[in-house]
Write a protein that binds this ligand. Structure first.
Ligand code: GLN
Length: 607
C-alpha cells in the first residue's frame, strides 16, 4: 500500500510543477545550465525512512546550504567561544553577498551570509588548507551519510568569477578574522559550495540536524548534540537572508537555501526536509522551494512555535490500590486494614515524553491529592523519555513529599537507561536516590507494607498447620494424620522452591512462616511476579487436580518454613478417610474462586 505521506508529496509536486516565476542563478556562469523545470521534494523521518518525489536523483551543487554544516564543524572543532569571537550570530537582514561586518570588530554578523561563511571555512581544524578541506568534506559527508564529491566545473566557474567574495575575504584578513592565507580559505569556501548532492541527500543532512546530530541511518555522530541548537537557531534567524523574518513568521522552520536551487528545513525531533527547484527569486531563494515549505508547514502543522500538545498528556490514568491491590494474599487482619486504607496509595500512569510542562501538571495533580495520600506510584511504562530538567523537578517534588511523609516510588523503568540516567543524575547528593520497582505489583506491595507499618513484622507471623487455608475445617483426627505425614523444610531467601515446566514430584507446600513469590516466565526471559503468598497459604496444590507439570516458579522472598505433603500420601490417607479429600477440594475451590475474583478486579482496573 502506498503511504498517504507519499501520495501527499506526489500531489504537492504536481501542484507546484506548473508554478512559474524565478530565474536560474547566472552570476556563477555554470549554474545557468540547470534545467529550470527540475523539481524534487524529500522528507526523511527520525528512523531514517526517506519519502521522495520528482527528480530526486538529479544532482546539483549545494551552494549556501553548506554554510550551516561548515559552521557546525567549526563549532565542533574550535568550541563556541572561539568561533563566536570571529563570527556573530545576529541576523543581518541583508543579501547573502552583502559585506555585513561588525563596524568595531570587523566580525561578520552571522555565518549564513558569505562573509561569515568564508570566515568559518577558515576556522575548521587542519594544519593546512588541504587538511581543512578534507575535514570539511568529511564532515559534510557524515551529515549526508555517504561520501560526497564536488562539481569541478561549478567550482572553477565560481573561482574564476567570484570577485566580490574575493574582496570579502581580503576584508576579513584586514580585520584579523581570518588568520591564515585568505585566498586559500576562499577556495575551500568555493569548494564547499560546489559539493554535489541530490534532494534526498539534503533531506538526510537536515534529518541529521533534526536528530540531534546523529545520522538516522548510519548512526554516525556528525555533530556533538550540544551544538545542534546553535546551528538551528542561526538557521532560523539568518538561513533565508533578507527573507529570514518572513520565513520564520509564515513557515516557521529552521532552514537554509542555496543558489543551486536547494532548500533544507529542519523539524527538530521530527523530520528533515530537502527541496530542489533551481528557479530563484530576487533574494536568491528557490521560488517553488519556498512554496513547497509553505504548504508542508500549513498542511502538516509544522511551524516550530505551534503548541505541541496538552500538558495533561503527560498523565494518563490515576487509580488507587483499592482498585488494584498487590497480588499478595493478605492475612485477614492485613486485609481489613488495607480495605480501609488502600485508596491512600495512588497509581499515576505517566506517558509520552516528559518535559517541564508535563511534569508541572503531574506534580500539581499530586499536590491536590496530598490530603488523601500515603504513597504515589509513578508508573513509567508508557514514558518514552524525560528531559533533564523534568527529572530534576520530579526529584525535588519527591523530596518535598518525603518531608510530608508521603512516599513517591517509580515502577517499570528498569533497564531504560535514558530515563534512569536523568533520574539518578539530577537527584541531590544528600538523597538516598529514588526507589524503583520492576513492576507495579512490587511497588504497591511496598506501599502496602508502608501502610501496614513495619513491613518486617509481617515476616515473623507464624501459623499452625490447622490454620492453613487448605486444611481449614478438617476434623482433629484427620488433621493429626496429615501432621504425621508432612515433613518440614526451610528455604533460604532467594532460593527457588519450584521451577516452571518441571515435572512435579507430587509435593504440596503449606507455608508456616515467611513469604514466597510466584513468578511466570515471559517471552523475553524475564519473569513477572503474579502473587506473593504468606503464612497459612499453599502452593503446588494444582497437583491435587491432576496437573503434573509446575505452571509457575516459586522463590523464597525471605527465610521460609514450609510443611510438605506428598500427593501419594494424600491418596493413601483418603482411601480410608474420604472426608480428607472432600475438605481439601472444597477449600481448594474456595481459594480458586477468590483468586479468580481478584484477577477479574485487576483486569477491570487495568482496562
Ligand atoms: N557560492 C555562492 C556564493 O558565494 C553561494 C551563495 C548562495 O548559495 N546563496 O555566491
Amino acid at each position: 500500500m502506498q503511504s498517504p505521506i507519499q501520495v501527499y508529496l506526489d500531489s504537492l509536486r504536481t501542484r507546484l510543477a506548473s508554478m512559474q516565476g524565478g530565474e536560474l542563478a547566472n552570476y556563477i556562469p555554470e549554474l545557468s545550465k540547470a534545467d529550470p523545470s527540475w523539481l524534487s521534494i524529500s522528507l526523511v523521518t527520525m528512523d531514517g525512512v526517506a519519502y521522495s518525489t520528482g527528480d530526486s536523483e538529479q544532482q546539483f551543487t549545494i551552494q549556501s546550504i553548506s554554510k550551516p554544516f561548515v559552521f557546525a564543524t567549526a563549532l565542533a572543532d574550535r568550541g563556541v567561544d572561539f568561533v563566536t569571537r570571529k563570527v556573530g550570530v545576529e541576523p543581518s537582514g541583508d543579501a547573502f553577498n552583502s559585506i555585513s561586518l561588525n563596524p568595531k570588530t570587523g566580525a561578520p554578523l552571522n555565518p549564513m551570509i558569505n562573509a561569515g561563511a568564508i570566515a568559518t571555512a577558515s576556522l575548521v581544524s587542519g594544519g593546512t588548507p588541504e587538511a581543512q578541506w578534507e575535514r570539511i568534506i568529511a564532515s559534510m559527508s557524515a551529515f549526508a551519510g555517504r561520501e560526497l564529491g564536488i562539481d569541478a566545473a561549478v567550482y572553477r566557474s565560481e573561482s574564476e568569477t567570484g570577485f566580490r567574495n574575493r574582496a570579502i575575504a581580503w576584508m576579513l584578513k584586514n580585520f584579523g578574522i581570518i588568520d591564515g592565507e585568505p585566498m586559500a580559505s576562499l577556495e575551500n569556501y568555493f569548494r564547499q559550495c560546489s559539493v554535489l548532492v541530490d534532494c534526498r541527500d539534503l533531506a538526510y543532512m537536515a534529518a541529521t540536524l533534526a536528530n540531534g546530530g546523529l545520522h538516522p541511518l548510519t548512526g554516525e555522530r556528525a555533530l556533538p548534540v550540544e551544538h545542534v541548537e546553535r546551528v538551528l537557531s542561526v538557521m532560523a534567524t539568518c538561513g533565508m537572508y533578507d527573507f529570514a523574518g518572513s520565513w520564520l513568521y509564515e513557515i516557521g522552520m529552521p532552514a537554509k537555501s542555496g543558489v543551486g536551487g536547494g532548500i533544507i528545513a529542519v523539524l527538530p525531533g521530527r523530520f528533515g526536509i530537502g527541496i530542489f527547484s533551481p528557479r530563484l527569486d530576487a533574494k536568491g531563494n528557490s521560488v517553488r522551494g519556498i512554496e513547497a515549505c509553505r504548504q508542508l508547514s500549513q498542511d502538516f502543522g509544522l511551524h516550530v512555535f505551534r503548541r505541541a500538545g496538552e500538558p495533561a498528556m503527560a498523565l494518563g490514568r490515576v487509580y488507587t490500590a483499592a482498585e488494584a491491590p498487590s497480588k499478595r494474599q493478605p492475612t485477614p487482619d492485613m486485609r481489613s486494614y488495607l480495605n480501609e486504607h488502600a485508596q491512600r496509595i495512588k497509581y499515576l500512569c505517566l506517558h509520552g515524553y516528559i518535559a517541564v510542562d508535563g511534569v508541572e501538571y503531574v506534580i500539581r495533580r499530586m499536590i491536590d491529592m496530598v490530603p488523601d495520600t500515603a504513597s504515589f506510584i509513578l508508573d513509567m511504562h508508557q514514558v518514552d523519555g524525560i528531559s533533564e530538567s523534568a527529572a530534576r523537578l520530579l526529584n525535588e517534588a519527591r523530596l518535598r513529599f518525603a518531608g510530608d511523609d508521603i512516599a513517591v516510588v517509580f515502577s517499570r523503568i528498569h533497564g531504560r537507561h535514558a530515563i534512569e540516567h536523568f533520574l539518578s543524575t539530577t537527584a541531590p547528593k544528600t538523597d538516598h536516590g529514588y526507589l524503583s520497582f520492576e513492576d507495579n505489583d512490587l511497588a504497591v506491595e511496598w506501599c502496602e507494607n508502608r501502610l501496614l507499618g513495619d513491613s518486617q513484622q509481617a515476616t515473623v507471623i507464624r501459623v499452625a498447620l490447622g490454620d492453613c487455608a487448605l486444611l481449614k475445617g478438617l476434623p482433629p483426627e484427620l488433621l493429626a494424620l496429615v501432621a504425621d505425614a508432612v515433613v518440614k523444610k526451610q528455604f533460604a531467601p532467594g532460593e527457588p522452591i519450584l521451577t516452571t515446566g518441571e515435572a512435579g514430584d507430587g509435593h504440596v507446600f503449606f507455608i508456616e512462616q515467611g513469604y514466597v513469590s510466584i513468578l511466570v516466565p515471559l517471552d523475553d526471559g524475564a519473569h513477572q511476579r503474579i502473587a506473593t503468598l504468606g503464612p497459612g497459604m499453599s502452593f503446588g496444590e494444582m497437583i491435587l487436580l491432576g496437573q503434573s507439570k509446575r505452571s509457575a516458579t516459586v522463590i523464597a522472598d525471605c527465610q521460609v518454613n514450609c510443611w510438605i505433603l506428598d500427593a501419594d500420601d494424600i491418596d493413601h490417607l483418603a482411601h480410608d478417610a474420604p472426608m480428607l479429600r472432600i475438605t481439601l477440594l472444597e477449600n481448594l475451590s474456595r481459594d480458586m474462586a477468590e483468586k479468580l475474583r481478584r484477577a477479574t478486579q485487576w483486569i477491570a482496573a487495568l482496562a
